[in-house]
Design a binder for this molecule. Structure first.
Ligand code: EPZ
Length: 418
């Protein structure tokens, strides 16, 4: 298992580019199942979860050709409308093929995702929505079987809680349904908007993506398209925090600053100098001190849960006490114990974490537990005194492409060891 060895104490300087968004690429790949025509996607990041999704799509019947960060897909027919357990257990976002499979072939057999490190993460709302659209659902032997032999029909689906991939799954199911579908309390994430733009380019009729009410008029069929994925706001946000925690002067390029409004605002409240020199870049400069500022995670456009762990690492260096509340997932503080091994002073009480700042961190052996928790350990190691060894970095490789190379070229002393 690969490890990262990091020697802390270097202020990051220079530029770090942002890749395409993993969480936008995953639904976009699944959306290619909706047409028998060619689909070309640009800015697809080379990360584990994307490779897993590509394997799944090939099993389903797609021809997938990877050419740098471009992926070309052709799905003449669905040969196996299944997402098997051995794939789904490694990536829960496999449930994103549920909607497209039922819409395109009238049936789907998708493994239930099972548990996840950060929380129960059921897909009951995906299933509820498909039932509302007329699919017959059977759950047995760890699988969801959905059938709609006569096709789906439009309906109103009210999500009692906001779900990003639930919104994306149902949007993909509805685009070929008969009649109008209304998704209420829909997720407003940029990745939902990006998917809607891709589907619209394929001939879908969607209004309101990016708001909490999305209206879809079903169409007979969808054509192929060529689509460029939006930048990864979580990767970009992680690097902005890296510039802040190392008191550096870092330009994060090829990103979309408006997708990071909540993070930028929070960092400015904490006294970090964050500016937008251009339409696709953010500049972060340390000012030598960081104020402790409370933070509560919220659905977009609030502060992203996927940046909570990174913010917690930063607050270990702030000058007071910060209260962090995680409202989206029930177990997303696993990084806290590892940060404590490095000297952080964090008290957990349910969904709340109280972070006492101005703690000098010292390098230690730590273990990555989930994708974003791992990123927070890298950030802490960049500022810790001495050497940190992070084990199980395959968690990081799920969502960050060559993070160690990107950080090293901005001055970090980080290397990957087999
Ligand atoms: C997406 O996961 C992201 N993944 C996650 O990013 C992100 O943390 C999450 O949205 C929240 O922003 C992708 O887009 C591939 P949800 P998703 O459905 O869609 C509950 C990363 O680090 N819920 O919005 O699975 C659920 O348990 C990953 O890249 C139900 O109860 O998240 C959670 O508490 C981690 N029933 C809350 O809703 C359902 O049917 C939000 O989950 C669905 C969700």
């Amino acid at each position: 298992m690969d490890k990262f060895v990091i020697a802390g104490g270097t202020a990051l300087k220079g530029e770090i580019p942002t890749n395409g968004s993993k969480n936008s690429a995953l639904p976009a790949l699944a959306a290619a199942l909706l047409t028998e025509e060619p689909v070309t996607l640009h800015r697809i990041p080379k990360v584990r979860d994307i490779r897993t999704m590509q394997r799944l799509l090939v099993d389903i019947g797609s021809q997938v050709e990877v050419d740098g960060d471009t992926v070309r897909m052709l799905t003449p027919r669905i040969t196996s409308p299944e997402a098997p357990y051995e794939l789904v257990k490694t990536m829960r976002a496999s449930s994103l093929v549920l909607g497209p499979l039922v819409a395109r072939s009238g049936r789907a057999r998708v493994s239930l995702p099972g548990g996840c490190a950060i929380g129960a993460r059921p897909i009951n709302l995906h299933i509820f929505g498909l039932e509302q659209l007329g699919a017959r659902i059977n759950q047995a032997y760890g699988y969801i079987e959905a059938e709609a032999p006569d096709g789906l029909r439009g309906a109103t689906v009210h999500f009692d809680r906001i779900t990003v991939t639930g919104t994306e799954d149902l949007m993909m199911a509805a685009v070929l349904a008969k009649g109008e579908t209304v998704l209420r309390n829909a997720a407003r994430e940029p990745e939902v908007v990006d998917l809607a733009e891709m589907l619209t380019a394929m001939g879908a009729r969607i209004e309101g993506a990016g708001t909490s009410t999305v209206v879809i008029q079903g169409v007979e069929r969808l054509s192929g398209t060529e689509h460029t994925i939006i930048p990864d706001r979580i990767e970009a946000g992680t690097f902005v925090v890296a510039g802040a925690i190392t008191d550096g002067d870092l330009l994060v390029t090829d990103c979309c600053p408006e997708h990071l409004g909540a993070l930028v605002s929070k960092l400015q409240q904490a006294g970090v100098d964050v500016t937008q020199p251009g339409p696709t870049s953010l500049r972060v400069r340390g000012r030598g001190r960081i104020r402790s500022v409370d933070m509560t995670t919220e659905e977009y456009p609030g502060f992203a849960t996927d940046l909570q762990a990174q913010y917690m690492a930063l607050m270990t260096q702030a000058d007071g006490i910060a209260m962090i509340v995680e409202t989206i997932f029930e177990n997303r503080f696993m990084h806290a114990q590892e940060l404590a091994r490095m000297g952080a002073n964090i008290r957990l009480e349910g969904r709340q974490a109280i972070v006492a700042g101005k703690r000098e961190l010292t390098g230690a052996g730590v273990i990555a537990s989930d994708l974003r928790a791992s990123a927070s350990l890298v950030l802490a190691a960049l500022v810790a005194k001495g050497e940190t060894v992070i084990d199980r970095v395959y968690h990081i490789d799920r969502g960050y492409e060559k993070i160690e190379a990107k950080l090293a070229q901005a001055g970090a002393d980080i290397r990957r060891v087999e």
